[in-house]
Unconditional design. Sequence first.
Length: 147
Amino acid sequence: MKDLDDIDLQILSYLQDRGRERVTAIADDLGINRVTAAERIEKLVKNGIINRFTVKLNYEKLGIDVLAFVFISFKKNNEITQEELADKIARIDGVEEVHIIAGEFDILAKVRSKNLKELGEKVINRIRGFPGVENTFSHVVFQTMKE
């Protein structure tokens, strides 16, 4: 990580775990001055190291706690490019992440649903329905240890 020192890395780690903490709490926990912590965070944002601050949701309380990783094989054709297919998949409600990957599969999607029936609908009727999808392979998550 270019131009980042140990304090910057500690601030980034802290924010990833407890992003809602006030600057004073971050400074106290890391043993640095509040002004120093605030300036460092501002610099990390300005330099594009921190893209945005976000909220970590409790999906179980929201009733959308079924999580799956869906591996997708791309079938090259004249209708759609791999990037266009990935973009279409990304627009499906409940699809949190889409990555173009190397290996046996071409695209990886992280998908949340309220139940297995809804997950199946997203995979079978939506994702598999797009031109360019050759096949899919889904892995349902039993328990998440760290996100």
